[in-house]
Design a protein around this ligand. Structure first.
Ligand code: MTE
Ligand code: MO
Length: 409
């Protein structure tokens, strides 16, 4: 051990520089892959690529432990060297804190099945928060230290061009002011680029209710008449949902009106069924309260959903003995998923029309979405418009792209 440490400390300066650059590249990879995973926009574009990117993010994230451990071996010496340089010491602590925080919360997210939704949602909030703090910090740190900013002849371009006319004594001042000008510009640039998304994220955390209201206000569907909530829905017996939905879609968000909406049950059934909106909204509905969990770590708890049980649709249509699987289609024309007959028979699997007493807005899969509370939400098909009974298996959109077939929470 002693030998190993001594060995490591040889060529100390070079090692530290190497460590810094390896760590820098790790951060770049994690930033790029992390941003892609965070941005809902990339879901549809990348498809299967998203699962690979998630894998890279996890592997590189775990590998980021190595530079931390190597650094700790060199830390004592480095610390002595930083004597009196408070800012540089602070920088080291901030970067180490970020890396360790990201790593720990990341491991919880990676192991979401083992730790359960309560832990993974806390971990996701911490992972996001560290990113909102750490990303601007690291960008600032890197940009203000770029070589071309540090080279004296570049830094002093203005004073240099003015040539002999400038009193030498004026130069250091000019250098300083240019330097702080760059820092302020970089800082402002980062704030402008990242600020709005950060404030939005912060707002969602602080008041998910206001966020939901905004989503409802921007509902692009126009279906008449609006579904009237049952007494259990309004006010919602669940007391109102807690947490905020992240809007996920793999296509542009579809919109529906009375002329484009239809709901079909077909395939291996005794009687094919089809409704238009006026007929569909007249179906007798029920109310349930349940939690909603996404595999990526976020949850919305205590949702009061109002709709029709999936098994009631199956009863109405009459399932033929040869049917094995319930295939579920989204009105976006792309997304599908499936349940076995046994799973579809669960009491809380619901074709939902209202959430907390209000029509489900287009962003959240309205006018009609599926809810499978006991499974991860990729089973909860948005814009549900067709239920087909089939005799084989069907691999859903995300399962096809690497998600676990076993979606049980
Ligand atoms: N049609 C469709 N349904 C979908 C998805 C989708 O991209 N398209 N994403 C699924 C996933 S992974 C989740 S977590 C939830 C998200 O629901 P929300 O966008 O209402 O928050 O919808 C599920 N159903
Ligand atoms: Mo999800």
């Amino acid at each position: 051990m002693q030998n190993w440490l001594a060995q490591l400390r040889k060529g100390y300066g070079k090692k530290l520089a190497k460590l810094h650059s390896v760590n820098g590249w790790i951060v770049v990879i994690l930033t790029l892959t992390g941003l892609v995973l965070f941005q809902g926009l990339w879901r549809g574009i990348l498809g299967e690529g998203r699962v690979i990117i998630r894998y890279v993010h996890i592997v590189v994230g775990i590998a980021s432990l190595l530079p931390v451990v190597f650094y700790l071996a060199l830390a004592a010496k480095h610390w002595k060297q930083l004597k009196g340089k408070a800012w540089q010491k602070a920088n080291v602590i901030i970067v180490l804190g970020l890396l360790v925080g990201w790593l720990l919360s990341g491991v919880l997210l990676w192991q979401f099945k083992a730790v359960g939704p309560a832990w993974s949602s806390t971990a996701l909030t911490i992972h996001d928060l560290l990113t909102w703090i750490g990303l601007p910090y690291i960008i600032y740190h890197s940009v203000t230290r770029l070589k071309w900013l540090k080279e004296p002849h570049r830094r002093t371009i203005k004073t240099g061009q003015q040539g002999e006319g400038v009193h030498p004594a004026a130069r250091p001042e000019a250098v300083m002011s240019r330097r702080s000008f760059i820092r302020v510009t970089v800082g402002a640039g980062i704030a402008i680029a990242i600020g709005p998304s950060f404030l939005k994220w912060l707002g969602n955390q602080a008041s998910p209710g206001a966020n939901l209201e905004e989503i409802i206000e921007s509902d692009a569907n126009s279906l008449i008449p609006a579904p009237q909530p049952l007494p259990a829905s309004s006010p919602p017996i669940g007391g109102g949902s807690r947490g905020s939905f992240r809007i996920y879609t793999v296509t542009p968000i579809p919109e529906f009106d009375n002329s484009t909406f239809s709901f079909i049950v077909d395939g291996l059934v005794e009687k094919r069924l089809q409704w238009n909106w006026e007929q569909f909204v007249a179906l007798k509905r029920e109310v349930q309260v349940s939690d909603f969990h996404c595999v990526t770590g976020w949850s919305v708890l205590g949702n009061t959903w109002e709709g029709i049980k999936l098994k009631d649709f199956l009863k109405m249509a009459g399932v033929k003995p040869s049917a094995k699987t319930v295939k579920l289609y989204s009105g976006d024309g792309v997304y599908t998923d499936s349940l076995t007959l046994e799973q579809a028979d669960m009491d809380d699997v619901m074709v939902a029309v209202l959430h907390d007493g209000k029509p489900i807005p287009s962003d959240l899969g309205g006018p009609v979405r599926l809810i499978v509370p006991k499974m991860y939400a990729y089973k909860s098909v948005k814009w549900l418009n067709r239920i087909e009974l089939i005799d084989g298996n069907h691999t859903g959109y995300w399962e096809e792209r690497g998600y676990d077939i076993d979606a049980w929470v």
